[in-house]
Design a protein around this ligand. Structure first.
Ligand code: TYD
Ligand code: MG
Length: 455
């Protein structure tokens, strides 16, 4: 008789293996792989195809149904990241480090949705109802008709949902939920998967929207939110640096809207406040222009955002000079350094290079290449870029500058914040924005020559 196949999965990224190992090949984390305890054995090879199932009703693509109305919470930053409000019967995952403010955000969202008339239930598996009520009091949300429960037993939660028939259920957090059909401990990959599967399929069946909270974990014992990403419609991550007041809610997957959209919040004594003009916030700490500081006109989702990039280049005491990056991709930095050396003859050997995106923001757009190069050169040459100039553009390995999308939006945002000129790649559209001088360059060598003299 064939032995039941055991499988092992990684609690950090959800990769599945058929043998145990100390380090996950998927994400590189150590000690995160453990044996799965399955929910059911699943269909065995012999049954499928032999016995007949019932035939499924097929439909064509034409549909008479009008799309279901979305509910706006009134928190614009949240509604935009959701793709324009909450979609009925959708499943949303909100991930983030412990203590970043997920519970605060979702309690505020629950209150807003409830005030807009959605029947809302907030299930806390981590805090007692009294704690949640105390927080609500502090946030001045006690008048909102949100129903609270402190519970971790999935069967009881589903029974309650079935009785109450809410339109929105918030589960804080999915790692504390526990299903009695799975043998392993709460927080394990199997439990988290089973709980997420039960809740999302229930939501689809009963036309209820569900928001799951997931802590990002470093500990191998507890599964992270990545293991349920594929089960939900929308994945949002709540990010921020501990030392900074503001938090960014970022969509990394959205079946109902643009991915890469961000919402910016500020953590105050009275909960999270929306930041409607993030550029002003990100640039607020900017002093007099110093060498190494450059303002990048970026696009996050559908919205332009200006951020300051800071570089420091100093002679290295080490044989292997340091390359440290905060808020940007370090391999992309290595690429820019290589292009500067190979195409412009500007070496960084023997120099330590530090790059920081001010304010704790994270940038992933290739359009930041030129701004990074400008910051590096400015730091290396000890020459500052004019304070009222913004920079953007993608750099190719040949040293050519590639045009980027939404030039006009970038320029308009810069103009709104008092900038008067922009350095951008040649080609593509060159929109005119009143009050903005657009300085277009074809390649990196020209940029170096024009901006830093002979280079
Ligand atoms: P919380 O929402 O509990 O985080 P998470 O659910 O992601 O673990 O937020 C906890 C932090 O937020 C805590 O350090 C205190 C801070 N906070 C404020 O600064 N102001 C507030 O009004 C609230 C409710 C929390
Ligand atoms: Mg919490």
């Amino acid at each position: 008789m064939a032995k039941a196949k055991t499988s092992f999965s990684c609690s950090a990224c959800g990769s599945v293996f058929n043998k145990w190992s100390g380090r996950c090949d998927g994400c590189g984390e150590w000690n995160t792989i453990s044996e799965d305890t399955g929910i059911s054995k699943g269909p065995s090879a012999a049954t499928l195809g032999n016995s007949k199932g019932k035939s499924i009703t097929l439909t064509d693509l034409r549909t008479e149904e009008t799309p279901p109305p979305r509910t706006l919470s009134g928190l614009d930053e949240l509604d935009r990241v959701l793709g324009g409000g909450l979609v009925p019967a959708s499943a949303v995952l909100v991930g983030g480090d412990p203590g970043i403010g997920k519970s605060t955000l979702l309690l505020q969202a629950a209150a807003q949705f409830a005030r807009k008339g959605l029947k809302t239930i907030y299930v806390s598996g981590e805090e007692a109802s009294a704690q949640v009520r105390m927080r609500a009091q502090r946030l001045k949300l006690t008048d909102a008709p949100v129903q609270l429960a402190a519970e971790t037993n999935l069967r009881d939660i589903l029974t309650t949902l079935d009785q109450e028939k809410p339109q929105l259920a918030i589960i804080d957090s999915i790692q504390t939920m526990w299903s009695d059909t799975v043998g392993s401990a709460p927080g394990s990959v199997s439990q988290v998967r089973a709980a997420a599967h039960e809740l999302t399929s229930y939501a689809k069946r009963k036309n209820m929207a569900v928001i799951l909270v997931g802590h990002v974990t470093k500990d191998g014992q507890i599964a992270g939110p990545r293991v349920v990403e594929h089960m939900v419609d929308t994945v949002l991550y709540f990010e921020g640096e501990r030392g900074h007041q503001f938090r960014v809610l970022r969509a990394v997957k959205n079946r109902f809207g643009a991915a890469d959209e961000i919402g910016v919040f500020e953590m105050t004594g009275r909960g999270l406040a929306e930041v409607t003009n993030p550029s002003a916030l990100f640039l607020s700490e900017r002093g007099t222009p110093a060498p190494g500081s450059v303002v990048f006109a970026g696009i996050e989702g559908t919205r332009p955002v200006l951020v300051e990039l800071q570089a420091l280049v100093a002679p290295s005491p080490h044989a292997q000079p340091r390359r440290a990056v905060v808020g940007w991709d370090s391999s992309r930095l290595a690429m820019i350094l290589a292009v500067l050396e190979a195409r412009c003859g500007i070496p960084f050997t023997g120099l330590d290079v530090y790059l920081n995106v001010a304010g704790g923001m994270k940038i992933s757009e290739p359009a930041a290449d030129l701004a990074v190069a400008a910051a590096l050169l400015s730091a290396r040459e000890d020459a500052s870029i004019p304070a009222e100039t913004v920079v953007f553009g993608e750099i190719s390995l040949s040293g050519a500058l590639r045009p980027v999308s939404q030039t006009e939006n970038r320029l308009k945002e810069a103009q709104k914040l008092g900038f008067t000129s922009a350095i951008a790649p040649k080609g593509g559209k060159s929109p005119r924005v009143a009050g903005m001088a657009l300085n277009q360059m074809g390649d990196l060598t020209q940029f170096v020559g024009d901006t830093f003299g002979a280079g």
